[in-house]
Design a protein around this ligand. Structure first.
Ligand code: SAH
Length: 261
């Protein structure tokens, strides 16, 4: 593997949210390492990797040792320009849905220009709607419809395998290169907080009910994949709507321009 190619896989992180069983942390590390992936991010794991995790990692201890810990999912996604959440259930909400091979191609294509994340949920309950709201896409491993929940590390193995196959086939090349400087997950999250606050302040949204509206709007902006300039424009509009900008500033400028020779 040459240096440039290994960087591509190094841009892909697997984010595990509130994993209960340390054995699953180890087995996921093993699943990732067999496919050349190395970056694990753990959000509030129930316990830190222990002897059981090391036994299941079976030589992938380095991934566990280098795993990064976070309190909040949004922190684990810092710097990511593409976030894909995985779910054992097909959700009622309309999320753009990918199959594992497409998910792998999207991750690799975006990894050419920035950081990307695949998010895996809790063993018992998966990911919450609030957590999925941070994701651009959802990926679902098509299973027998009556029994769709894979073990966490087994699901990680399927995703890692598909990433490896797409990487081998060089299919990352087939999706157009993203030439815009896309806003990162934390910039989008900060924009959404600002939007939600503003909608309540300007009397558009009922503070009690704004959660649902906020999720819908999140989906809209995630679909659009705004870049940094667009996010700055949108935040400027929100500040103006909050009355933090003085409309007279344009009149002042007109006068200055008229007055200039
Ligand atoms: N009972 C949970 C299942 C969680 S399984 C639920 O209904 O959501 C733990 C994690 O493994 C999931 O959050 C998801 O990240 C992954 N996973 C398991 N089966 C999957 C499938 N069929 N497709 C995509 N991800 C899956």
């Amino acid at each position: 593997m040459n240096g440039a190619n290994s960087t591509l896989l190094d841009h892909i992180r697997f984010v595990l949210v509130e994993t209960s069983h340390t054995g699953n942390l180890g087995a996921t590390a093993r699943a990732m390492k067999t496919m050349g992936l190395s970056r694990m991010h753990l959000v509030r794991p129930k316990s830190l990797p222990d002897a059981e995790a090391l036994a299941r990692a079976s030589g992938a201890d380095d991934l566990l040792a280098n795993a990064t810990l976070h309190d909040r999912l949004v922190d684990a996604l810092a710097g990511c320009q593409l976030v894909i959440g995985s779910s054992a259930r097909l959700r009622a909400v309309e999320w753009p849905l990918l199959e594992p091979p497409e998910c792998a191609r999207h991750l690799l294509a975006a990894a050419r220009t920035g950081e990307v994340a695949l998010v895996l949920g809790r063993e018992r309950s998966g990911l919450t709607n609030e957590e999925l709201a941070l994701c651009h896409y959802l990926v679902h491993i098509p299973t027998h419809p009556g029994f769709s929940s894979l073990n966490l590390a087994a699901a990680a193995q399927v995703f890692a395998y598909e990433i490896r196959q797409a990487f081998r086939a060089g299919q990352g090349e087939t999706l157009p290169r993203e030439d815009r400087d896309l806003a990162t997950a934390e910039a989008l999250a900060a924009f959404h907080d600002h939007l939600t606050r503003t909608l309540v302040e300007i009397g558009f949204a009922d503070p009690e009910q704004s959660g649902k509206l906020s999720r819908r709007l999140r989906r809209l902006f995630l679909r659009a994949r705004p870049d940094w300039t667009e996010i700055n424009i949108l935040r400027g509009i929100l500040s103006a709507a909050q009355g933090r900008k003085d409309p007279a500033r344009f009149r002042r400028r007109e006068r200055t321009e008229e007055g200039s020779p």
